[in-house]
Design a protein. Structure first.
Length: 451
């Protein structure tokens, strides 16, 4: 299990690290993060909801030519960093402005990441790719949590500043390597599900996420001395398992496991508060969201490919964030009218989960089980659609669909990387394909008819 993760990381290190630090930049600051808690205290939910809504906007917009220039984000960074470092001294409205600028910058990089990953990462390793990135994000959060008692306002704000610099540097790296790798689908979509149904489904799921962040987590305050060490540990264990489940057993099974864990957590949350209920609630809450988060990203990614629409992936993430904002707002409203941490609140937390399970049956399983691992090179040779390729192009094609990058292919075939690029370009031209991801999907789609 661990070996497969290591191999994937070796092939796509900067793509994985970019998302890992991008998501990490969000959860340590704008997304109910500990840095925000240290600096603004009770204003955290309000500023977080504002930040999440800006993230939604930044993921929803399509990339612009201005933003494709690497210098754009460095200029943006130069504006944001001073505001972050002075954040706790700023008036309230300038704090809102800082949150909005920071959330927009990080969100746009996340949006661009989805377009690049959609073109580069083969679908049969998507679950593990997402899980690796989320693992890195929550390691960052864990390190910050255990440092919580030692952090002053000034020191705490260094973290989002440094992480945002790392994000921009990593993004620039993958932008140089993959800026031309954007899918331009030419084949017909093989799903007739409207994209808005996908967004609605994800919004419903993540309303429960908003309940968790704004309603359940604050109730752990009496156990803060334990929680800062404990609250991410099971997420880190579960997210690695979730990646394997996604890629081996399917997206739906992964989702149902996550919902099951959340159901157990929500059940114990409404029981009388004690150390035992805290541990059970927190353990299953972290496991549940690890599985559901990995599902949300992978599902959006898969459906983007199924519908042959690049923008479905980032807008799926936007839907997840919007659901979280709605859930957080509802949680705050329920708290204000006096039903916080009660049986009424507990019942409300279950509603999005029940609705999500009911909606899930209308979506297909997006993982093509086992077919990818059973294909051998001689099978490619027998496919009529691939006979227009030369023997060397077919070899390159075989290694591309197995997830190897140009450097590894060049070593395997004893040719230069430029020669590999030339062969790949010719393959794309002959098959009317525009990216590695589309090539991989195309091959595994047609191979179903060549047993």
């Amino acid at each position: 299990m661990i070996k497969s993760y290591i191999n994937i990381f070796k092939i796509y290190p900067f793509i994985i690290l970019t998302l890992g630090f991008t998501y990490g930049a969000t959860i340590v600051f704008t997304f109910f993060g500990p840095v925000l808690t240290i600096t603004v205290g009770k204003l955290t939910p309000t500023l977080s909801i504002i930040g999440v809504l800006v993230h939604v906007f930044s993921f929803f917009l399509k990339p612009t030519e201005l933003e494709k220039n690497q210098k754009f984000f460095y200029v943006f960074l130069g504006i944001v960093i001073p505001l972050i470092l002075l954040f706790y001294t700023l008036p309230y409205y300038f704090q809102i402005l800082t949150i909005m600028l920071y959330a927009y910058m990080i969100g746009r990089i996340g949006c661009f990441w989805t377009y690049m990953a959609n073109a580069v990462i083969p679908s049969h390793i998507r679950g593990r790719t997402i899980s690796l990135s989320l693992f890195i994000s929550f390691v960052i959060l864990f390190l910050l949590n255990i440092s919580f008692p030692l952090l002053t306002n000034r020191v705490a704000l260094i973290f989002p500043g440094v992480i945002s610099i790392i994000v921009v540097v990593f993004y620039s790296k993958i932008n140089r390597n993959h800026k031309n790798n954007v899918v331009s689908y030419k084949n017909k979509a093989y799903s007739n599900i409207h994209s808005y149904y996908i967004y609605a489904f994800l919004i419903v799921i993540y309303i429960a996420g908003g309940f968790s962040y704004a309603g359940i987590y604050p109730s752990f305050e009496p156990y803060m001395h334990i929680d800062r060490y404990y609250n991410v540990l099971f997420y880190l264990l579960a997210i690695i398992t979730a990646g394997i489940v996604l890629d081996k057993y399917g997206r739906k099974i992964n989702f149902m496991l996550g919902v099951g864990f959340l159901g157990i957590s929500f059940t114990f949350f409404i029981m009388p508060s004690s150390v035992i209920t805290y541990f059970i609630t927190q353990t299953f809450l972290q496991c549940g969201w690890a599985f559901v988060n990995a599902f949300g990203w992978s599902f959006s990614w898969d459906m983007s490919e199924s519908l042959k629409k690049n923008y479905v992936f980032p807008r799926g993430i936007a839907a997840m964030l919007l659901g979280t904002a709605i859930g957080a707002f509802l949680s705050q409203t329920i708290e204000k009218i006096g039903f916080g941490h009660s049986s009424v609140y507990g019942i409300v937390t279950f509603i999005p989960l029940f609705l999500a399970i009911m909606i899930l049956v209308f979506f297909p399983e997006t993982l093509k089980r086992d077919k990818r691992r059973k294909i051998e090179f001689n099978k490619l040779q027998g496919i009529e659609e691939l006979k227009i390729l030369t023997p060397r192009e077919l070899e390159v094609c075989y290694h591309v669909i197995n997830g190897f990058n140009n450097k590894r292919i060049s070593k395997i075939l004893f040719i230069s990387e430029n020669t590999v690029k030339t062969h790949i370009s010719r393959i794309y031209s002959k098959l009317y394909i525009s990216s590695r991801s589309e090539l991989t999907s195309y091959i595994y789609e047609i191979i179903q008819y060549h047993p």
